[in-house]
Design a protein around this ligand. Structure first.
Ligand code: HEC
Ligand code: HEC
Length: 502
């Protein structure tokens, strides 16, 4: 906690995602597009096809503009944002991979220089020199992927590095190769999809048909590589990580199914236009293809980022920048001791450092809907049990007093009316809401940590006993602190659920 906390009212997850998605999309497209340009140029020169060369010249203008301007701007943007959001994790990545970054930046400079020369060299350089510049561009761009891939995969699967601390162990980690092949496949696929946009603008003709068919081939080859390497990639991730994700993370799992549907849509459209009606390709279909490409890639990246939780570097540093090795120290000495920049409001500082990297009070992943109408004691109980709440959160590693301070701080910002009043509910409906707020974050019927067996089909007296003892059932489980109306409603709700599921 040696850095100040950047506290502005935005969801940090969303902020990061919005810039990272653009960058990742453009940068992969820059690599695949480079390969597409040089291979296609070589073919066109060999065949003496001036129409194709003309098409490539047209494509490369927009391509270089997009990759150089967007790629570079969003790349710098990412450093800017991660430096603000998680300076401690950024520091760890820089320290461990300093030569990796230096190598990557060198390739980046070569890549940009070659891209500009390539664009300038149409009509000004000999075919041979122009193609050499193109290959230098592609080679440098792919090498920068090679380097970044080592660092990005490291964050999810640091492997041997956790015990050895050696650069090469972290770099060539368990998911390095599968992810490299996967990302290379993505590059080729995106090149095929993007070049469809350019080809779609031509009037229907033999030439258009030929180019659309050719581009569909690129898209399909990329897609096939992507599908197989995705399966390989998932298999390389330690099973504990993926199984926890499928148990506790609804949204990231949805992302995976979005990615399957998008891949299917891309495959079907490419087959139809590539082999049946290539001349019918128009800007609308080409844009749709691009959109599915974005959806596929975006959901893959989302899944990959999500399953790393609660860590930012798996097994080494939590999402809120506390190193696993510091856990003992935090538990003994508390959070506040470790914060170099304290504001004087301890509750607020604790919230910022322990929760704010992921939650806001009432914006992105808000805490208000979870805590409105509850008590300090209940909130404190959920902080004590944060790591057993659905969502795979880091544990709270502070002292008992700090739990109280944080709970009081949070409670002061919540709606203090009763749950029934806030949501205008009574009877069974109120009971369902009470369950959702006071139990459902940790026990979902038919889902996460289901307790249906212990909760359905009891007698009134058993329910009362259970709620009286709630705080003693587990250290991480809060006591039942609702009033008698809530208690009666909760029991009414539980009794209304038929045995054997609802
Ligand atoms: C590394 C990120 C991260 C940190 C840090 C974090 N949480 Fe969470 N929290 C999550 C995620 C993700 C969920 C699941 C959200 C979902 O499934 O909708 C969640 C869920 C919750 C929920 C249930 C919310 C609901 O409506 O279902 C509560 C309550 C909660 N967190 C409280 C806290 C508190 C208090 C802290 C600080 C002590 C904290 N969290 C720290 C990521 C985090
Ligand atoms: C902050 C998380 C959390 C909340 C909120 C929570 N529990 Fe639990 N509960 C746990 C944990 C942890 C355990 C013990 C480990 C386990 O079985 O998963 C547990 C265990 C239980 C058990 C099993 C006890 C046994 O002996 O079989 C029941 C029943 C239960 N909880 C019911 C409830 C009810 C009802 C509520 C709401 C009034 C509730 N829990 C709220 C975390 C929670």
């Amino acid at each position: 906690m040696n850095y100040p906390f950047w506290d502005v009212d935005i969801g940090y997850g969303l902020l990061m995602a919005s810039i990272a998605v653009i960058h990742v999309f453009v940068s992969h497209f820059a690599i695949g597009g480079g390969l597409y340009l040089v291979v296609t140029e070589w073919l066109a020169v060999k065949r003496g096809d001036s129409q194709m060369l003309d098409y490539l010249h047209r494509l490369s203008k927009f391509f270089v503009l997009v990759t150089v301007v967007f790629g570079a701007l969003t790349g710098v943007g990412i450093w800017f944002i991660i430096g603000l959001l998680n300076p401690t994790a950024t520091e760890a990545l820089i320290r461990n991979f300093i030569w990796g970054w230096a190598t990557e930046w060198t390739f980046f400079v070569i890549e940009i220089t070659a891209a500009l020369l390539y664009l300038y060299g149409w009509k000004r350089m000999s075919n041979r020199d122009h193609q050499i510049v193109g290959w230098i561009y592609f080679g440098a761009a792919w090498m920068s992927l090679f380097v970044i891939n080592g660092i990005v995969t490291f964050m999810l699967t640091p492997g041997e590095w956790l015990s050895s601390g050696l650069f090469w162990d972290g770099f060539f980690n368990p998911t390095f190769w599968s992810s490299l092949v996967l990302r290379t496949g993505v590059c080729v696929m995106l090149a095929g999809l993007y070049s469809q946009m350019v080809a779609s603008r031509y009037d229907p003709s033999d030439f258009k048909g030929r180019m659309v068919r050719f581009n569909s081939g690129w898209g399909l080859v990329g897609l096939v590589v992507v599908i197989f390497s995705f399966i390989w990639y998932i298999a390389q991730i330690p099973a504990g990580i993926t199984s926890t994700a499928s148990e506790t993370m609804k949204l990231p799992m949805k992302a995976v199914s979005i990615s399957h549907w998008s891949a299917a849509a891309i495959g079907i459209m490419l087959l139809i236009f590539g082999f049946i009606v290539p001349r019918r390709m128009n800007l609308l279909f080409a844009s749709l293809l691009m959109l599915f490409g974005l959806a596929w890639f975006g959901s893959y990246e989302w899944y990959r980022e999500s399953i790393r939780k609660p860590y930012v570097i798996q097994g080494y540093m939590y999402g809120n920048a506390i190193k696993v090795a510091q856990e003992e120290k935090y538990r003994e000495e508390g959070y506040l001791q470790q914060i170099a920049y304290r504001t004087g409001d301890d509750g607020a500082d604790l919230f910022r450092r322990a929760c704010r990297s992921c939650h806001t009070i009432d914006g992105y992943l808000p805490l208000k809907p979870a805590y409105d109408g509850t008590e300090v004691e209940f909130i404190a109980g959920t902080i004590r049990g944060a790591h057993v709440i659905k969502g795979n959160m880091p544990p709270f590693m502070g002292t008992e007093e700090e739990i109280q301070l944080l709970a009081e701080y949070l409670h002061a910002q919540m709606d203090s009316r009763s749950i029934g009043e806030i949501y205008s509910l009574s009877g069974r409906k109120l009971g369902e809401k009470v369950y959702d707020l006071r139990c459902g974050k940790c026990h979902e019927f038919g889902g996460f940590n289901d307790k249906a067996e212990s909760l359905i089909g009891l007698e009134d007296a058993d329910y009362h006993d259970l709620l009286d003892m709630a705080g003693d059932l587990a250290e991480e489980m809060p006591p039942f602190t609702g009033d008698s109306t809530e208690r009666a409603a909760l029991i009414e709700y539980l009794k209304s659920i038929p045995e054997g599921g609802n």
